[in-house]
Design a protein around this ligand. Structure first.
Ligand code: SAM
Length: 230
């Protein structure tokens, strides 16, 4: 009897989370996200599975949340915005720099062919990998390493999403983009606010640069980013 009660309670909790996810989709629509594929993807990915247990109830608020190791899961609006700016096609191959919880990788995986995601903190990379497998995202691969190097074995990529802020876009990442491909990255010198940019590779040596708006990201640690603890 107790286990039947627990089952009832957990299916009620799941129904509440599902309802909150639909409300999040409506909230994003109200904030200017109109692409049906992106809204569908946000409506399918269980963000509650990507946050710590004690934060599940807040999982569908449109805010970043702590995921441990001083890092955050991105705000859903920013994930949707970056995916939109990358103009992902179902045949595209994407590099995701800064896996964090794996949530953005999961959302993008529903919009393209493959996602290769790199995270520098081993605990986060392991947790994200396990979660993505448990949630059934078979076209996402996660590797622990320095995102400045990209993932040369799987390059070139049609889209590169950099989910941590630096002063400039690492050269190796530019080199791993196809001609016509898009890099979305927060850039700036200020820790509290950066500008989100889209760089489109127009030929072998040229990139078109567009400003998309103001954002706030955790730092990209290493050569082109900030030093740890700085
Ligand atoms: N988009 C992720 C999500 O939805 O959970 C959140 C990304 S979080 C804002 C940024 C991540 O970038 C952190 O997990 C951080 O450890 C990682 N990071 C910072 N510098 C990095 C680097 N050089 N290489 C790889 N990952 C890095």
């Amino acid at each position: 009897k107790i286990s039947a009660q627990r089952r009832d309670q957990s299916s009620r909790e799941q129904a509440n989370l599902d309802q909150s996810r639909l409300e999040l989709v409506e909230a994003l629509r109200g904030k200017g996200i109109h692409d049906r594929r992106i809204l569908d993807a946000i409506g399918r990915v269980r963000r509650d599975a990507f946050v710590p247990d004690e934060l599940k109830e807040a999982a569908y608020h449109d805010i970043p949340l702590p995921i441990g190791q001083g890092q955050t899961i991105s705000q859903p609006l920013v994930v949707a915005w970056m995916a939109d700016a990358m103009e992902l096609q179902p045949t595209d191959h994407v590099l995701d720099v800064g896996t964090g919880s794996g949530y953005a990788a999961a959302v993008m995986s529903l919009l393209c062919a493959t996602v290769h995601s790199v995270e520098r903190i081993p605990e986060l990379a392991q947790r994200a990998k396990a979660r993505l497998i448990a949630e059934g995202y078979e076209n996402v691969s996660v590797r622990c390493g320095d995102g400045h190097q990209g993932w040369p074995e799987h390059a070139p990529f049609d889209g590169i999403c950099i989910a941590a802020a630096g002063r400039e876009i690492p050269a190796a990442l530019r080199d791993q983009l196809v001609i016509g491909g898009r890099i979305i990255a927060p850039l700036g010198n200020d820790r509290s606010s950066q500008t989100l940019y889209r760089l489109t590779r127009t030929d072998e040596h040229q990139f078109k640069r567009e400003k998309l708006g103001k954002v706030r990201f955790v730092p990209l640690i290493g050569a082109a980013g900030w030093d740890e603890g700085h």
